[in-house]
Design a protein around this ligand. Sequence first.
Ligand code: ADE
Length: 418
Amino acid sequence: MDFDIKNVDLAPGGRHRIEWAEQEMPVLRGVQGQFKNERPFAGLRISGCMHVTTETANLVISLQAGGADVVLCASNPLSTQDDVAASLVSHFEIPVFAIKGEDNDTYHKHIQAVIDHKPHIIMDDGSDVTSTIHKHRRDVMDNIIGGTEETTTGIIRLRAMAKDGALEFPMMAVNDALTKHLFDNRYGTGQSTMDGIVRATNYLIAGKVVVVAGYGWCSRGIAMRAKGLGANVIVTEIDYVKALEAVMDGFRVMPMVEAAPIGDIFVSATGNINVFDRHHFEVMKDGALLANSGHFDVEVNKKALYEMAGDPKRVRPFVDQFTLKDGRKLNLLGEGRLINLAAAEGHPASVMDMSFAGQALAAKYLKDHQGQLENRVYTMPAEVDQTIARIKLDAMGIDIDQLTERQREYLDSWEEGT
Ligand code: ADE
């Protein structure tokens, strides 16, 4: 079996941590049970490009239980948990191509390795495999039934492809499921981002001015959790409605250029480029921390930092200190890559449970509708959201009300009312 990981001897620790995560993933466990019985992926090859974490391990193990011949590479050079990669290879015979800290060339070589698997289904996080196949690996196009995409950023890319008529197989937008973005993006990113910043720096958050760029689902989670830890939170936005929401949620809102000289900790999760830029660095306080929680490492203008300060000093793992000409020091966390996965362990299993149950069911949907779908981006069927939420609540021991016959009648009628 071909694979490329750091060290296979790390496998025993990885297995314990995979099992630890599994305890918090009741919905995915249920899907895995169903897959074991039905074997929906028998005879199919699945190539995953996702963060190689304990949670992803439980997802690929579930796909394997459903009969899939699955391989996995990393969707970010810094997010791989090497013990998990080792366990997948040695305990589950799942080929993994991922090493934490791999350079860009190795990262792309690993993407090519999962494409060489000639997938029927792609499971993407950031759409690197999907776009590489469309641009450079058209040789594997014929086998492909479709793909699933995990993130907001990936879906933006896919919608742009579909709009240009460039998308050549159907893609399921897992992120658009309510049981994904309302929980994973908000509570997952909120907690894991603060976890990453704290693990990287051991800073006290209480009393700090935290500037959160954006007020999408990820950013609002970060703002909420920073506030909960006692920070004074400023939100920046480019959308009037979201900015207004942030104001009414109790945050100060202002342009980044005004927040730049005030902030102690800057966190970006916008999906856009140069959110923290040269003219912001010029006015930031000595000692400011810069962190990114968006998918790509483009939100902090690293090139400008290097031009302004030369090579940084690595003062702690995941903290690079840039000294500007006037002596101010700016600290870039996790090389500007997803701080929650670089310095911490990503979102906790309890939220990935719903996201990855969605991923698994989206793959099954593609298989079940093979040949019937158009080459466009599909949202998840609403029933899937209801099912995932019902099983999750059930696992938490929480019951809800049901409509009475009379209430159903009332909702269905247009004649009743004042
Ligand atoms: N994205 C964010 N957190 C994650 C995790 N724990 N596993 C996989 N992908 C993630």
